[in-house]
Design a protein around this ligand. Structure first.
Ligand code: ZN
Ligand code: ZN
Length: 345
């Protein structure tokens, strides 16, 4: 803030508020100034906040943004950092009214997110456990994957097991895409029954102490035909190529290019319709993005997913996704479920 010549910073994105202050409530605005930080929240959190955060807490009746704005007007801050992309038009208009015209709003987008991208030892311990919960839950439901079982039943079994193991919930709506539905990269579990001789894509994650894991595995119900084996091997080779270059100092787009080139050589380039991976942490998608055009250099301590996939309309999808902690000379994998093709039944 000093380097940017900013007197005060108004933080409105809840994962960023948690990251800085420790506050876990669902309504807050955090104002940071040279003198300290003030957290504006409502009376539901009166007890919680004093236990969670060292920020000075103001319990507000009515608009939190208006209270933060009046506080900033009173403190005389002139250059105020703001998460411009996170603030609504209505919040901005409240700020303009309460802070007054002399304030200059300095965009502060992505700066806290960039700090969040590099995890410390405490965060990594939680993320390892969140990944372990996802992997063991998936391994446990494999015996249930057979013709006739509904996708939603498998999703419910996964989410039940993750909660039983300590997760506060799923990191996102669990994806179970069987048969042709697997060709949709984001096939939320539906009431469709799994059929014989079909691929089934599972994409699941656990939230543990606010940190997410993210795991995708694809199985075949029956004996996989040669064509399916060829696709599966290509996706696995693509992921392994990405794993081969992943380390601190490599640029994000290079990792994506490695996976993409393998699938292109296998004639499946057009079937790989999304990016290779994303950062993971307090949010399921955070910085960095492993995608075309992303020049950012990866740093030790970042946690990213590697998730190449192919999607064949009318037939199904194959995706393999692991969570990797980037280190100086490679990566440590947080997900340990087997990546080999599993044929069930
Ligand atoms: Zn996923
Ligand atoms: Zn993912």
């Amino acid at each position: 803030m000093e380097r940017a010549g900013v007197d005060a910073l108004l933080v409105s994105h809840l994962p960023n508020i948690f990251y800085i202050s420790g506050f876990t409530g669902s309504a807050a605005i955090l104002v940071i100034e040279g003198a300290g930080a003030t957290l504006f929240t409502d009376s539901r959190y009166a007890i919680q906040d004093s236990e969670e955060t060292e920020a000075c807490v103001e319990i507000v009746r009515g608009s939190l943004v208006a209270a933060a704005g009046r506080h900033l007007a009173g403190s005389g801050a002139r250059r105020i950092g703001i998460e411009a992309a996170r603030v609504t038009m209505s919040q901005k208009s409240t700020l303009d009214k309460t802070v007054g015209r002399r304030a200059r709003w300095i965009p502060w987008d992505g700066k806290i997110e960039a700090a969040r991208a590099v995890k410390d030892a405490g965060e990594l311990a939680i993320m390892r456990e969140a990944a372990r919960i996802a992997c063991s839950s998936w391994e446990e439901i494999l015996p249930l994957v057979k013709p006739g079982v509904l996708e939603i039943e498998l999703a419910a079994e996964l989410e039940f097991r993750m909660r039983r193991k300590g997760a506060s919930g799923p990191a996102f709506d669990t994806i179970v895409g069987s048969g042709p539905r697997g060709a949709l990269p984001h096939a939320l579990a539906s009431p469709r029954a799994v059929g014989k001789n079909e691929l089934v894509v599972f994409d699941l994650g656990a939230i543990l102490r606010r940190y997410s894991s993210d795991l995708t595995r694809t199985v075949f119900v029956g004996r996989a035909p040669a064509e399916v084996r060829r696709w599966y091997k290509a996706v696995l080779r693509a992921q392994s190529a990405a794993r081969g270059v992943l380390r601190a100092g490599v640029s994000a787009h290079q990792v994506d290019a490695m996976a993409r080139s393998v699938l292109q050589r296998a004639g499946l380039g057009k079937r790989f319709v999304h990016s290779t991976g994303h950062g993971l942490g307090l949010e399921i998608h955070e910085m960095p993005r492993l995608a075309r055009g992303e020049k950012e250099l990866l740093q030790a301590g970042m946690v990213v997913t590697l998730e190449p996939g192919v999607y064949i309309e009318g037939k199904g999808g194959i995706r393999i996704e692991d969570d990797a902690l980037i280190t100086a000379d490679g990566a440590e994998y947080l997900t340990h479920a087997t990546r080999e093709l599993i044929e069930l039944g």
